[in-house]
Ligand binder design. Sequence first.
Ligand code: AMP
Ligand code: FES
Ligand code: ZN
Ligand code: ZN
Length: 306
Amino acid sequence: MRCSVCGQEAVIRLRHAGLRLCPQHLVARVEKEVEGAIRRFRMFSPETRVLVAVSGGKDSLALWHILAKSGYRADGLFIDLGIEGYSGRSQDVAQAFAEERGLTLHVVSLAEELGATLDELTRIARGKPCSLCGTVKRYLMNRLAWEGGYSALATGHNLDDEAATLLGNVLRWEEDYLSRQYPVLPGEGKLVRKAKPLVFLSEREMAAYCLITGIRYLKEDCPHAQGARSIVLKGILNQLEDRYPATKISFLRQFLRVRDRFRPPEPARLGECQSCGMPTAAEGTCRFCRLKEAVTRHTSRHGTPA
Ligand code: AMP
Ligand code: FES
Ligand code: ZN
Ligand code: ZN
């Protein structure tokens, strides 16, 4: 198999892009796609202070690596969710990555911020871990970015993530989510701008990128991911992709094309949480502060978080 660009031995075939690539040209393609997305959607500029949310997985570490290499002012944020075993291993990988490259990594602990780990919160609030996790992560990412004076928050969501989210939103016709599913979301006030520069890059490309550039990442999935709806949707999309290459990329691209002809969503009109002062769509206190109150009540009654 020969590289479509240079004719040398290719190591990966990207059927959805009609390409076979050698290591050098796979790296070049990934970096070009990232730069292309940043410019096309005006995510941020080289002067912007960007906070990259890093999980220890391949996507967010590769994103941070590319941004730093391309001269962006990018620091990292790791949220220790307190998921037994998994969170500690993720943090070790993220910290080793930052130290090796002399990059700044902020670490925040859910146990300290909320009074309970995600495992404990799941028992107290009796919710699904992934949905609670999404709520607390979004809140902490935004608050830490705001408090740290960052003008943009970048996450490692890739094509597979975005296509699965889109399918999930379409199946339920979640109009509100659909109107806000976009590679960039503007910020306003204490709501920091959000960017997803990897939206057009597949999981396979990101894994290959890490392998070639020597990025060590945690290969393990979160223990709560098993059975999660997003994993089922990803599996279905993979089956479709096998039979009909480019299903995912055209699903996402066509959606973006019809969605308001590339007009970014309006900034959300939000009030301020009475307790923490951060933006919220809820009346009174935000969801994070309400979870925190539930944890405090539980702890004062039972002595321990869960
Ligand atoms: P996920 O929600 O696990 O699919 O992850 C999507 C993106 O959220 C990742 O690419 C990261 O940018 C970010 N992220 C996930 N987990 C963490 C974490 N524990 N700390 C910081 N960022 C995270
Ligand atoms: Fe959030 Fe698994 S990382 S539930
Ligand atoms: Zn080549
Ligand atoms: Zn609050």
